[in-house]
Design a protein around this ligand. Sequence first.
Ligand code: IPM
Ligand code: MG
Length: 354
Amino acid sequence: MKILILPGDGIGSEIVGQAVRVLEKFKSEGVPITLSHGHLGGAAYDAHGHPYPEATQQLARDADAILLGCVGGPNYDTLPRALRPEQGLLGIRKDLKLFANLRPAMLFPELVASSSLKPEIVSGLDIMIIRELTGDIYFGQPRGRRTNAAGEDEGFDTMHYARSEIERIARVGFEAAMKRGKKLCSVDKANVLDTSILWREVVTEMGKHYPEVQLSHMYVDNAAMQLIRAPKQFDVIVTGNIFGDILSDEASMLAGSIGMLPSASLDANNKGMYEPIHGSAPDIAGMDKANPLATILSLSMMMRYTFGRDDLAARIDAAVRSVLASGKRTGDIADINCQLVGTKAMGDAVVSAI
Ligand code: IPM
Ligand code: MG
């Protein structure tokens, strides 16, 4: 298992540090893990003058899997767009063809009180959001700034999806549904966007190959509402890059905290980059306050999806469950009866539970 560690910016090194301890624990048991380390985002800009430098590209291509912390920070806000930390993240996703982004939103029973919704609406929640990650308006050309016919400054971006891009992400959606509750909801904006009209056609055609999957379609605005109204109606959601970006943040609140949600970004061969879905939280960076559980749970996804080690994944999941059951909480998931702990103490607890 050649694993590249990219802590990134802000709280990245703190949360990734705790996940690395889990890997070291496995390694000490004889699991064949080799770690390499690199920079991405603002940290890479500081070290190499680019958010996804050549050195990181090499390391990324050599690795079987990548564990990423998070990128971004106020120091980099005034850089030109091409040099901003976010471009490092988008660059590595595109370079490695990590088109399938899996973002589970599941609520640990111990965290029911941390969700912003009533317990009866969210308890037992277990949704998988599958977001296309290398296309859409995020990467569409042309884009840029120009002066329009009226002489006014304008910004523009292009949304597009090719049939093959829709087919391959839809396939991931259908396959995931087959392994879960056999329900797939495709989210689009086909009442307005041409891109979405094609999206819906292609997903519908693909559905014919998966007669056991109950396929539905939903407009993204309605999906945003339904996620809050009755989130348990969903099993697997498949959607494009920008809609998935937005809906997965929304869904994270159902799960108690964005600090709990892992993600996997996979290529066609299950090589993957694994990262928490939250950002770099510069306001609490270096303060030992960040929740490392989303990062640790991202490792669990890595063991499952890239390495086929469901046994190791299950041990990570069980350890996280038992730590939550013991009442330990970082600030983002704290409740009145809990034992408030910092990033490192949370890592200690998980490692010893493993
Ligand atoms: C995410 C993030 C990124 C995205 C940003 C940091 C570029 O919000 O992973 O969801 O928009 O994809
Ligand atoms: Mg996002």
